[in-house]
Design a protein around this ligand. Structure first.
Ligand SMILES: [Zn+2]
Length: 144
């Protein structure tokens, strides 16, 4: 895939926030390994976990996705199915929350990485050197 300059397109395509090209997840969404991530982007080498425990915050984003699934499903059942029995709500919401778990986990992690990862899109990432790795300029000598 050719890299896109749009952060939104790269996020939706689950691509690296730095190069917009490398895949952040190693397996397919319908695999049992749907949450597996490489340690670094396979294209540009950007670490996928900026710091230990970085993705704990993704649980809150995932929770928000679950609440949205619950609210939309409950409203749809109430208005479209004529307010069925409570067990129907529980069964349908539970089923949909389970089915959407891989997408919820993946996109909550991507939102965390794009919003709080501190990584900007670098279209010319090959030549980019992080500030910490730039050579320190030699001090000016006072002796002639
Ligand atoms: Zn990358």
């Amino acid at each position: 895939m050719a890299p896109t300059a749009s952060n939104t397109s790269a996020l939706l395509a689950l691509r690296c926030p730095r190069c917009h090209e490398g895949k952040i997840f190693t397996s397919r969404a319908l695999s049992v390994h749907f949450a597996d991530m490489p340690e670094v982007c396979p294209v540009c080498g950007q670490p996928t976990e900026p710091e230990p425990g970085f993705y704990y915050g993704a649980m809150f984003v995932s929770y928000a996705f679950s609440v949205a699934i619950f609210a939309v499903t409950a409203a749809a059942l109430y208005f479209l199915a004529g307010d069925p029995a409570i067990w129907v709500y529980v069964a349908v919401v539970g089923l949909l929350a389970t089915v959407f778990t891989p997408l919820s986990v993946r996109y909550s992690r991507m939102l965390m990485l794009y919003l709080f990862g501190g990584v900007d899109y670098q279209p010319n990432w090959v030549r980019y050197v992080p500030r910490a790795l730039r050579p320190v300029p030699a001090p000016a000598t006072s002796r002639g």
